[in-house]
Design a protein around this ligand. Sequence first.
Ligand SMILES: C=C(O[C@@H]1C=C(C(=O)O)C=C[C@H]1O)C(=O)O
Length: 384
Amino acid sequence: MTTSTAPATPVETTVRYQRGDFLFATARRALLAQGSVAAVTDTDPRRLARTVAEELTSSGVPLAVGVLPFDTGPDTTTPGHLVLPRTVHRAQAEGEPAVVSGPEDLPAPTATREVPSEEGHKANVRAAVAALHDRDLRKAVLARALELEFEASVPVEKIVRNLARGNPRHFTYAAELPGGRTLVGATPELLLSRAGDSVFTTPHAGSMPRSADPATDRAHGEALLASAKDQEEHAVVIDYVVEALRPFCRKLDVPAAPELVSTPAIWHLRTAITGELTDRDVTALDLAAALHPTPAICGTPTAAARDLVQELEPFDRGYYAGSVGWVDALGDGEWAVAIRCAEIADTSMRLYAGGGIVPASDPQAEFDETIAKFRTLLGAMGLD
Ligand SMILES: C=C(O[C@@H]1C=C(C(=O)O)C=C[C@H]1O)C(=O)O
């Protein structure tokens, strides 16, 4: 096992990524993990967290990296998967960080398929709004997929570099999945980080597409901040996160109102919550397992919302809307919400995008929101 703290910048570390590695990087901070000393795979995320903690203690490997699936319910067949890597490179930027150069050109797909179609998604939104009422749900998150086929192997490394270049403030990530696929994405949303007894989370919920026209763009942001429907969609998530964290924290600081933030593709409402952990034996992965799935990507109440999602969506989410991150031997770590992503097989990939449905949701606006969310990946591929 070698841990390199060699003087590389986050950009230099990011561009070293090759398919098979694990990457978790912003322009300020990068973690690149290579090879595998041991792997832990388990459908029960809490048990997974305990096994990983034991493996870290007994192996002397400083940290583990990996993914949790969307579905961590009692009937899931998709496991969480963490690797204790052979080599870890970590880098931090001093001052104003550089960005990855580019963009690099990518081959165009030979076929594309939307699952479901625009009409299908709008019908799902209407069905979800009816089900919220019938089943007494506050919110459910519905997603769509975009399947792309290529003539040759998808150049994963180029996509990752373009994602990092286009989203320097957010977490660009790449992780190997059980079964040989690769998950890549760039997410603004932190599920949970732990550093010593400090806990931090930034739930995002409530969205509006960006616009190329500055005045329209500003108006979209202001409309989002003023939208009662989006404030409600956001409040559902904050209520849940606070309730889920409270048992672990002796102190929680929850701002009274969300702030307006943006990615290059979309405006969001976000609340940055900080806490103080009561028990240092509770690791970042324990906390991620306790928090996931939040109503930002599933709904509320959790089990009923997950059932509805699985009834309406014509695909398995796999690791989309799961979590990606790392945990170290001290229990510190960072877990991001695995959105704005794609699962890549050899010559094909599946992009995902979803949005929260509440009683006031409009099918056309929800469809448009998925288009905006696909743009993170499509932009990195030079597609519109
Ligand atoms: C589900 C996604 O995003 C989530 C849903 C949001 C919303 O409904 O407003 C906002 C941010 C994310 O928590 C996605 O990007 O696919």
